[in-house]
Design a protein. Structure first.
Length: 67
């Protein structure tokens, strides 16, 4: 569909619905821009920055009543 055909169709729409068409076009454009700006995450970015205690698996005293 050519742009002129699209413009002519929009002109035929009642003014109350033209705002909806404009909102939909804005939505599509935002969605496209958001997709283009999406940054891929790098794997292993936090490697070596997190540690876990050696007694991680030992039961906590706070939960003794429930076990």
């Amino acid at each position: 569909m050519e742009q002129l055909q699209l413009i002519e169709k929009v002109k035929k729409i009642p003014p109350a619905y033209q705002q909806e068409v404009e909102d939909f076009i804005d939505f599509i454009l935002e969605k496209k821009v958001a997709k283009e700006k999406k940054v891929k995450r790098k794997l292993g970015l936090l490697k070596g920055k997190l540690s876990m205690d050696s007694d991680f698996d030992t039961p906590l005293d706070d939960f003794k009543d429930y076990m």
